[in-house]
Design a protein. Structure first.
Length: 324
């Protein structure tokens, strides 16, 4: 569901456009190989659901560089996996002697239509909440458990730019890299910029153009590449090394502090909110990791969500943590 939910943003951006910008850009070079993997992963991009993305991929395929970038044998294998996956599964079962079924993401596509409508409604509501932002000012969405808002605020202060912040709920970021897709955004007047790295580069480019506040992204190609290398390093170690620790030690406790028996219905209601369609079970896993067996909370939630934390129990102080 999370993959398809992200595709909705791309589908919207491609409405009436051949490319994400008015011309072929690094965005296409970045996205095409990743979108190309959807079919192999059992996630068909059906033209009836994603007409703009299907057209976009078709147009890119007719570019000579795109066709030449993938060996014919690999292309045929990908096509087989995408169009007739059952053949590959049967071949694999014959060779291994096992009987397995291929994952089929099309079973959740019916929810995509609902998500699309609900997402448009949420976007309109968010614009109302943000209100008017002056042309020369910035509005930064702030999440208490994310580093990205602080990164942008530090940059804005270094560039002596005027900005304000809009407090957002930390629950919205659970289960997602902090800044993925449109979840982290900055308003600059009527312009909306999303994604942590894109926001930083945009802010650096449009602010402090005088000599008193020079650009922090180097103009020299090699120095710029090294700068972006360290930005990628920060995201990589966060996603692979730090995210789990923050989730289990910080976010889980904040969830437990926020929701108790008096407002538990608010937590459970998140499963019906489009913003948490792909992350609700992860949210509940973190919450249940702080619930003590035999408590009133466990009696109420254990039957439905206890399986999310079954495993080796570790006692931290007076709390039993159920770790993977």
């Amino acid at each position: 569901m999370g993959c398809y939910q992200s595709l909705l943003e791309l589908e919207k951006a491609l409405n009436g456009q051949d490319y994400l910008l008015e011309f072929l850009s690094i965005a296409e070079i970045t996205l095409y190989p990743r979108l190309h993997q959807f079919g192999s992963a059992g996630l068909p991009i059906q033209s009836s659901v994603f007409p703009n993305i299907s057209r976009y991929l078709g147009n890119l395929w007719y570019r000579g560089a795109v066709r030449k970038s993938e060996p014919m044998k690999q292309w045929m294998r990908h096509l087989t996996l995408s169009m007739v996956p059952g053949v590959m599964v049967r071949v694999g079962n014959f060779r291994s002697g096992k009987k397995v079924k291929r994952f089929n993401g099309s079973t959740v596509l019916y929810r995509v239509f609902q998500l699309a409508s609900q997402t448009r409604t949420l976007e309109r509501e968010m614009l109302k909440r943000e209100g008017e932002v002056k042309e020369e000012e910035f509005l930064v969405h702030h999440y208490s458990t994310a580093a990205e808002p602080l990164q942008v605020q530090l940059l804005l202060m270094e560039k002596s730019a005027t900005f304000s912040t809009l407090k957002r709920g930390f629950v919205e970021m659970i289960g997602r890299p902090h800044g993925s897709a449109g979840r982290f955004r900055v308003r600059h007047g009527n312009r909306i910029v999303t994604g942590s790295q894109g926001v930083l580069e945009y802010v650096d480019t449009v602010t402090g153009v005088d000599l008193t506040s020079p650009a922090l992204y180097p103009k020299d190609p090699l120095l710029r590449a090294r700068c972006q290398q360290w930005q990628a390093w920060e995201q990589d170690f966060y996603c692979h090394d730090m995210l789990y620790l923050l989730d289990t030690k910080v976010v889980a406790q904040k969830l437990h502090d926020r929701y108790d028996m008096t407002n538990l219905d608010e937590l459970l209601a998140l499963q019906n909110d489009v913003r948490f369609s792909a992350t609700f079970l992860h949210i509940m896993k973190l919450y249940m990791s702080r619930v003590v067996r035999g408590s009133d909370l466990w009696e109420k939630l254990g039957e439905t969500y206890g399986h999310l934390v079954e495993g080796n129990a570790v006692r931290v102080g007076n709390v039993v943590m159920y770790m993977e």
